[in-house]
Structures are given as structure tokens and as C-alpha cells.
Design a protein around this ligand. Sequence first.
Ligand SMILES: Nc1ncnc2c1ncn2[C@@H]1O[C@H](COP(=O)(O)OP(=O)(O)OP(=O)(O)O)[C@@H](O)[C@H]1O
Length: 237
Amino acid sequence: MADNINFSVEKGELVAIIGVNGIGKSTLLRTLGNVQSKISGSILLNNHPLEKLSNLALATEISVVLTEPIASKNLTVIELVSLGRQPYTNWIGTLSEKDKQKIKSAMEMVDLTQLQHKKCYELSDGQLQKVMIARALSQDTSIILMDEPTSHLDLYHKVQILKLLQNIAHKTKKTILFTTHEIEIAIQLCDKILILEHGKSSFGEPCELIINKNFDNLFPSDTITFDGSTGAFRVNK
Ligand SMILES: Nc1ncnc2c1ncn2[C@@H]1O[C@H](COP(=O)(O)OP(=O)(O)OP(=O)(O)O)[C@@H](O)[C@H]1O
């Protein structure tokens, strides 16, 4: 498991959580979203302990997109995106004009309007990931947490999704944290990176992490080395 580390994330930042398999990336993300109880340490949201916030306050501050397959693929795109409005609707789930507007602009932001009446089972993995982002956007929280948003995508679609997240974070001033194994893309697109490592986790801007050689020992050096001049990993043949 990774050791103790203090880090703080600001408004409008896109932050990647990286580290080897099993180091605790998803556990940390779920803990930040209060989806699971914390093992140790403290989490402050605007200086308030996370666990003191009511469920409603949490649902309007933090949206969480996990990796579990969507249970409701029989829903249309617009129906799934509308689920993001649940914290705001009454007990029968009636959507107000404001709810409808938020859903519309969430779909516009990820370019899904044309597909809004398609069933989710008809979509590609990349389109489905955009639906999940739109659902989080319609929830209208200041923080979005995503577990491996680029898994199952080809290189182009990985870049497309992470550029979309970067654009959303910078344009809307939302804070977006996500776990990933796409370290080289994260170096190019993220404002900050949290590297989880046994005994020496680190956090900062990609260039400062490169200068401090924080990527250099992430993997066994007899197999993979990091080239700080290009920000890329090389396989040792
Ligand atoms: N701080 C911790 N203390 C004790 N156990 C932990 C801690 N963080 C994670 N774990 C445990 O370690 C295991 C792996 O954690 P997790 O799935 O979060 O890793 P991951 O980095 O997301 O892995 P992967 O990259 O393979 O998805 C889980 O069983 C989890 O319960």
C-alpha cells in the first residue's frame, strides 16, 4: 500500500492518480467520494471533514463514476444522463425546467445530443464513457471523481476522453480527479499528478515530478525506464 501523503487539489484542476496495480488508486478514489469509509487520515472539503457532510450535501458536491458496468444499459442516453439530477428532484423524480436545462447542457458539453435517444447498449465504449461524464456533469457538482475513465478505449479515444476532461475542468472550474494507467497521456494533459508508491508517494505538476525523478523508479528499471526528456517510458530489450 502507498504511504501517508498530504495533497490538496484546487478548483479547475485535472488530477491523475497513478501507480502500479494494487497500490490503492481505486480505494483512494472511492474514499475521497465517501463511497467507502477511510482506512486512516483525514479528508477535508472546503475545510470541512468529509464525513461530517450530509448525504445530500455530498451528492451536490461530489459525483463519482466507478468502473462497474452500467446496470441500466436498457436506458436511453438522455434517461441515463437524467439520473444525475436525482439529488435535486422530488421523490417521484419529476424534472424541473432547471433540471432539463442542466441535462441538455451536459449532453452538449460532451457532444452527445445527436445520440440522446439511442439505447446505451447500442453505444461504443467511448460513447458510453461520454454518457457517464455527462451524467456526472448533470449532477452539477464542483468535484468529479472517475475510476479509470479510459479503460477499454483505443489510444485516440483515451486521448479524446482525457482532453474532454481537461476542457471541462478548465472551462467550468470543476475539479476532476481520476485514476489511470495512462501515465504518458496524464503527463501531457493533467495539471497535477498523484503518484502512489510504497514509502515514497509524490504529488505535483508533471514537469516538477519529472525534474524530481519521481517517475524513474515506478517500474523495475531492468524492464522499463523513464526518459525525462520526452516524458515517455522505454522498454529495455
Ligand atoms: N491504504 C490501504 N490500506 C490497506 N489496504 C488497502 C489500502 N488501499 C488499498 N488497499 C487494498 O489493496 C487492494 C488493491 O487496492 P486497489 O484496487 O485500490 O488498487 P489499484 O491501485 O486501484 O489497483 P489496479 O490498478 O489493479 O486497479 C484492495 O484489496 C484494497 O482493499
